[in-house]
Ligand binder design. Structure first.
Ligand code: NAD
Length: 491
C-alpha cells in the first residue's frame, strides 16, 4: 500500500514535468520502509533543460536587473505562502525523512523565516566607497554571479534548501536545485509554493535524481557558474574536482564531529540538557551535532551517568506523534551504516545507554539513543562522523588536554564549551579549530552570523551578508573626477 502523496516531478521553466527519458525512483517512509511514491528521476537531459531555463532567465529575463525591493517582494511572498502551508509541509517532511513532527514544524517555520530574512538583508546590502585624493572616487557594486547549482542532503532538507535558495534568488542569481534522492518530497512542495508566488519562469528549477547521474552533470555543466553544496566531505571533494574544468565557484558545507567540552565548574544540569538535545535531536542526523562528549576527570563518572540516564529516557517512536523525541533514521542503508558504528562502539567503548533497536519497534529504521563511555581518541567512533543518535564520551584532566582532544579529528564545524569561568571558556573556544563555537549554550544562532566549517568540514561561509559574498560578484569602479596626470607615451 502506498501513502497518497502526489508524485514529485521536476520543476523546469515554470512547469512541473516528468523526466525526459521517463525514469523514476522510489522514496520510502523511514517509519515503515514502505514506498511513499515514485519520483521523476532526472538525468543529463533534464539537467540540460533546467540549466537552459535558468540561463535564459538570467541572461534575458528581468530577474537579475529587477529593483532589489521588487525581488525582495517575491521572497516575502514565498515566506508568507510557506507560513500558511507550514503544517502540511512539516507532515510531508516527517513522512519522507522520519524527523519528529515537533522538530519538523520548527524546521518548516525556519525555512519560511530564511526567505523573510534574506528579503530584508538584501535591501541593506551596501558596497564600499573611497575618495582617493581629490581626483578619484573608487566604489564597489554587487552583481549576481549567474546560474547556481544547489545540491542538498537529506537531513532537514526543506530548511537547508531554503537556506540556499533564499540568498541565491535575493542576490539576483537563478537556480537549479538537485535535492537528495532519499528526501525528494518537500523540494517539489517548495517548487509548488514558489510557483504560487509567480516568479518569472526559469528563475527557480528543481531536478530530482541521484548524485552520479543528476548531480554530476549539474557540476560539470558549462552553463552553471557556481555550486553551493551541503553533504559529505568525500562528495564535496569529488564536486570540487569535477567543477575544476569549468572553474566553478564553490561553497562547501560538509561533515562534522563536533566536541562538547564540559568543565567541572559548569552548570552541569544545563550542560546535560544541551549535550543530550544536541546529539539526539533531528534523529542525530545533524551536521553540528555535539557527537563527542569531553568531560573533566573529577565529574566524568557522574556526568556520564546523568547523560546515560537521560539518553535511556529519550522517547523513540512514531515521528508523527508530538511527544516523540527521536524518530527513525532516513533509510535502511544509512541505518545499517549507523548500526555498524554501534557495533564498533561496543568493542571500542563501554555501552552506557541504547545500542539496540527498541523492542516495540520491529519495522522501520529505529535505533535507541546510544551512549558509549571511555572511548579512546583513536577509536573509529571518536574519529568518524556517524550521523545518527550516537554519543561517545572521553575524559580529560587539563584544559590543554581538552583542547587537544577537541582538535584531534579531521573535522572542524562546531564546538560547545561549558564552564562557569568565562575567561577559560573564551580561551578554549578560541583554541578549538572550528568554524563555530557555542559557550554555555545549545545551538542557537542569529541568522546574520556566518555559518561554515574549517578543515574537512568545508570551505567558505554562508549566512547573513556572507551568503551574498558567494552569490554576488564584487565589481570595483574607479572614477577620475579631475584632470589627473596621464603619461603621454609616444607623444
Ligand atoms: P551526500 O554527500 O551523500 O549527498 C548530498 C547530495 O550530493 C545529494 O543530493 C547527492 O545526490 C549529491 N551527490 C552525490 N554525489 C554527487 C556527485 N558526484 N556530484 C554531484 N552531486 C552528488 O550527503 P548526505 O548523505 O545526503 O548528507 C549527509 C552529510 O551532509 C553529512 O556528512 C553531514 O554532516 C553533511 N551536512 C553538512 C552540513 C553543513 O552545513 N556543514 C549540513 C547538513 C549536512
Amino acid at each position: 500500500m502506498t501513502d497518497p502523496v502526489k508524485q514529485p516531478l521536476h520543476y523546469i521553466d515554470g512547469e512541473f514535468r516528468s523526466g525526459i527519458e521517463g525514469h523514476t525512483f522510489e522514496t520510502l517512509n523511514p517509519s515503515t520502509n514502505r514506498v511513499i511514491t515514485e519520483v521523476a528521476e532526472g538525468r543529463e537531459a533534464d539537467i540540460d533543460a533546467a540549466v537552459a531555463a535558468a540561463r535564459r532567465a538570467f541572461d534575458e529575463g528581468p530577474w537579475p536587473g529587477m529593483p532589489v525591493k521588487e525581488r525582495a517582494g517575491y521572497l516575502t511572498r514565498i515566506a508568507e505562502i510557506m507560513e500558511s502551508s507550514g503544517d502540511e509541509v512539516a507532515q510531508l517532511e516527517v513522512m519522507d525523512t522520519g524527523l519528529p513532527i515537533k522538530q519538523a514544524k520548527g524546521q518548516a517555520a525556519r525555512a519560511a523565516q530564511n526567505f523573510r530574512f534574506f528579503a530584508r538583508m538584501i535591501q541593506d546590502l551596501g558596497g564600499e566607497a573611497h575618495r582617493f585624493g581629490a581626483e578619484f572616487l573608487n566604489y564597489t557594486i554587487h552583481k549576481p554571479v549567474g546560474v547556481a547549482g544547489l545540491i542538498t542532503p537529506w537531513n532537514t532538507p526543506l530548511m537547508l534548501e531554503s537556506w540556499k535558495i533564499a540568498p541565491c534568488l535575493a542576490s539576483g542569481c537563478t537556480a537549479v536545485l538537485k535535492p537528495a534522492e532519499w528526501s525528494p518530497i518537500t523540494a517539489s512542495k517548495l517548487a509548488e509554493l514558489i510557483a504560487e508566488a509567480d516568479l518569472p519562469p526559469g528563475v527557480f528549477n528543481v531536478v530530482h535524481g541521484f548524485g552520479e547521474s543528476a548531480g554530476a552533470p549539474l557540476v560539470t555543466h558549462p552553463g552553471v557558474d557556481l555550486i553551493s553544496f551541503t553533504g559529505e566531505t568525500t562528495t564535496g571533494k569529488t564536486i570540487i574536482r569535477n567543477g575544476a574544468d569549468t572553474l566553478k565557484r564553490n561553497s562547501m558545507e560538509l561533515g562534522g564531529k563536533s566536541p562538547v567540552v564540559v568543565f567541572a565548574d559548569a552548570d552541569l544540569e544545563r550542560a546535560v540538557d544541551a549535550a543530550v538535545f544536541g546529539v539526539y535531536s533531528l534523529n542525530g542526523e545533524r551536521c553540528t551535532a555535539g557527537s563527542r562528549l569531553l568531560v573533566e576527570d573529577s565529574i566524568y563518572d557522574d556526568f556520564v551517568a546523568a547523560a546515560g540516564q537521560r539518553a535511556t529516557g529519550v522517547r523513540v517512536g512514531d515521528p508523527t506523534d508530538m511527544s516523540t523525541e527521536l524518530g527513525p533514521l532516513i533509510h535502511p542503508e544509512h541505518y545499517e551504516r549507523v548500526v555498524g558504528y554501534v557495533d564498533s562502539g561496543k568493542q571500542e567503548g563501554r555501552l552506557i545507554a541504547g545500542g539496540e533497536r527498541p523492542g516495540d519497534l520491529p519495522d522501520g529504521n529505529f535505533l535507541e539513543a546510544t551512549l558509549f563511555a571511555d572511548v579512546d581518541r583513536t577509536a573509529r567512533v571518536f574519529q568518524e562522523e556517524i550521523f545518527g543518535p550516537v554519543l561517545v564520551a572521553t575524559r580529560f584532566s587539563s584544559t590543554e588536554e581538552a583542547i587537544e582532544l577537541a582538535n584531534d579529528v579531521r573535522y572542524g564545524l562546531a564546538g560547545y564549551v561549558w564552564s562557569g569561568d568565562l575567561t577559560k571558556a573564551h580561551n578554549v573556544a578560541q583554541s578549538i579549530d572550528t568554524g563555530m563555537v557555542w559557550i554555555n549554550s545549545q545551538n542557537v544562532r542569529d541568522l546574520r552570523m556566518p555559518f561554515g566549517g574549517v578543515k574537512e568540514s568545508g570551505m567558505g561561509r554562508e549566512g547573513g551578508h556572507y551568503s551574498f559574498e558567494f552569490y554576488c560578484e564584487l565589481e570595483t569602479i574607479h572614477v577620475a573626477l579631475g584632470k589627473h596626470h596621464i603619461p603621454r607615451f609616444g607623444a
